[in-house]
Ligand binder design. Structure first.
Ligand code: BTN
Length: 306
């Protein structure tokens, strides 16, 4: 009901009378009043005058009822330890694909390579549960697809031109605006689920130790609407997955990366290597040309452009 009231208010800039809303929804005016009061309590700016109700601003908080047909899949929390933990519980309990856990802030946000992910208010922090029918070894390509769709969402919603860096960072002028972390569970050689966690610096002011980072606010001077950005990304990503083409993802990634053609150093928790990044392979591995001309493919690690 709240979702439908909100949709009506979003459709018009004019005040909408309680009578009109109750007529369209076939509920009493008291019921309309109660729902509007609850919407206001949850932080929505709704003006009530003698002429009716008017939505002053579109909420930035990713309340499930803002997400139309996918609202039942959105699990919103003001605070969590990590959206990855909650997504893992839901995935193991058998939740449907495209279940999303989103939090305003995380107390133990995690990054790749056992790092922390700074998660104060203003950023967009979410994890998606995916159940792709892909072989486990090609699943890193999903992370590349996520990075590409984040680039598209940043362009569309914030006017920001971002690029991708192997393995799955999103950068603007060498500064990190988004990071991606994924966790996969495999059963009998099949992917049971892959949880993809995304941290997007929007209205926060990130500081990542020894790596430059930036937010949309710092780049544009404007606040972004987290709920709209999440909806844009989910629409885009779900459409891509519905018609998934590994070849398309790889080609688009090649066109939007700053890694290829650069000398890079790759470090893992165990070792490191250096070479010229010449291509990515069909599984999302980075192909390096070493000093002796031999080629080597790396599948994970931190990538430093030297
Ligand atoms: C990276 O190191 O670049 C990956 C960062 C991933 C951060 C996101 S925020 C939402 C989700 N929950 C976490 O604890 N981590 C991921």
């Amino acid at each position: 009901m709240k979702k439908r009231i909100l949709e009506m208010l979003r459709e018009t800039s004019q005040p909408l009378s309680g009578q009109e809303i109750s007529r369209r929804l076939e509920v009493s005016r008291v019921a309309v009043w109660k729902h509007i009061s609850q919407l206001k309590q949850s932080g929505l700016a709704i003006e009530s005058t003698a002429r009716g109700y008017r939505l002053l601003t579109i909420p930035d908080t990713p309340f499930p009822w803002l997400f139309g047909p996918r609202s039942a899949l959105i699990h919103y929390h003001p605070e969590l330890d990590s959206t990855m933990n909650r997504a893992m519980d839901l995935a193991r309990a058998g939740c449907p694909p495209y279940t999303v856990v989103v939090a305003d802030r995380q107390l133990q946000g995690r990054g790749r390579m056992q790092r922390q992910w700074q998660s104060e208010e203003g950023g967009l922090y979410f994890s998606m549960v995916l159940r792709p029918t892909l072989l486990p070894r090609v699943c890193p390509v999903i992370n590349l697809a996520v990075a590409l769709d984040l680039v598209a969402t940043l362009a569309r919603c914030c006017g920001i031109a971002a690029r991708v860096k192997w393995p799955n960072d999103v950068l603007v002028d060498g500064r990190k605006i988004a990071g991606i972390l994924s966790q996969m569970e495999v059963e009998a050689d099949q992917v049971a689920f892959i949880n993809v966690g995304i941290g997007l610096n929007l209205n926060n002011r990130p500081e990542i130790a020894d790596k430059p980072a930036v937010s949309a606010l710092q780049l544009t001077g404007r606040r972004s609407n987290r709920a709209e950005i999440l909806a844009d990304f989910l629409d885009r990503f779900e459409a891509r997955m519905a018609a998934f083409s590994r070849a398309d993802v790889l080609q688009q990634w090649r066109e939007r990366t700053i890694t290829l053609g650069r000398r890079v150093a790759i470090t893992t928790l165990r070792d490191s290597c250096e070479g010229l990044a010449v291509d990515i392979d069909d599984e999302g591995g980075l192909i390096l040309e070493m000093a002796d001309g031999a080629r080597r493919t790396v599948f994970y690690g931190d990538c430093f452009h030297t």
